[in-house]
Design a protein around this ligand. Sequence first.
Ligand SMILES: Nc1nc2c(ncn2[C@@H]2O[C@H](COP(=O)(O)OP(=O)(O)OP(=O)(O)O)[C@@H](O)[C@H]2O)c(=O)[nH]1
Length: 397
Amino acid sequence: MIFSRKLLKETITSVQKLIKHDLNIVTADKYIISVKAGNGGTGLARYNGCGGYGGNVYFVAKPNVAFTDIKRKLKSKMKIRADPGVSANKLGLIGAHGKHEYFEVPIGIEVVDRENNTLIARCSRPFNKYLIARGGEGGSANTGYKGLPGQALEIEVHLKLRPNIGLLGFPNAGKSTILKAFVPEKSVKIADYPFTTVNPQVAFWNSSTPSTSSTSPLAENFTVSLADLPGIIEGASRNRGRGYQFLKHLEYADIVLMVVDCQGFQLKNELDCPFRTPLESIALLNKEVENYDKKLAKKPIVLVLNKIDLLESDESRDNIQSLQNLLKTKNWWMGLPEEFRPTIPMRFENVIQLSAKSGKIEELQKVLTGLRHHIHALTDVPENSNFEEKPRKKRLL
Ligand SMILES: Nc1nc2c(ncn2[C@@H]2O[C@H](COP(=O)(O)OP(=O)(O)OP(=O)(O)O)[C@@H](O)[C@H]2O)c(=O)[nH]1
């Protein structure tokens, strides 16, 4: 088959775009892995020899481990094991300890013991190591010279995003459109019906991204991650519409970007789906967030009243202006009927009107940049720093 130069060039460009897409967008999930710490080595009763301890299994939170890498690793590695301790023998009465296993994970993952459904570790601190399974004691007089078994357990690894900015809103509010405006490659899927965003998507925005104008106040190489979560629905905090899976990604967000359609919201054009005004939508989102986790409602929140280009009359534009002014006040929720009133009313850092579709998001970028002190920059943590493992004490005979 003969390729024309043009066709070849087009193919190379689309492959490059695909690679870029893969680098810029990641998704989140849950994996089941079995973990086995090392067994203790056997002691030698005749000479009071001691077996070495089995190695422990640790998870180490690393900022440079990408979600895409860990997904690949977790898919292929169904078992994580540490080495057993060495048994004592005539020539070596003290067996060496087994090597620990350090499994590097992205910051923000959670580890749950499947047997009793308890949280073992929340790997949220960069370079911290988290003990997942303890190695067995080496054989000695204490154990009747038998090496004890290392802990074995089945764990669930929850990949939680740790975005700097997490987008929150009802379906169709324009979250993906905002994300696309930050990262202008055509790789972010946008469509005009609810739940098109199947998985949370993350984009990395930095000062060299073409969408940021030359007047961008962000410093060179400052990278901010933005997560577009699927639209939540009323009852999300009770896990309606897979609400937990979406809301959990906001737990580690530095800033929440709440997006509301300035024309209001209706899930479906049906009688049992009531129409919600923009103010009601905001209050309901507030309630879902606080019901899920009170701490979320206290995060720095920027509110976007989106789709202002659809406001045709002067009256509707005035109404949105009044709403914007109201939302900047502390008691914005006071005029709402009882069922809409949040228990922990959000205090918005800023409220802005936007037309995400126009792609002109400079004002939003400026507002977020003004909140830079809340943002944990991805480049803040040294790439190569590492922890030192303290040597385990040598036991005396
Ligand atoms: N006119 C107008 N349309 C917009 C604007 N922002 C988004 N849209 C449109 O609204 C529809 C929904 O936008 P999305 O960005 O997919 O909304 P979403 O919040 O990500 O939706 P889910 O993924 O369902 O949660 C699309 O047809 C967009 O083109 C805007 O500022 N003005």
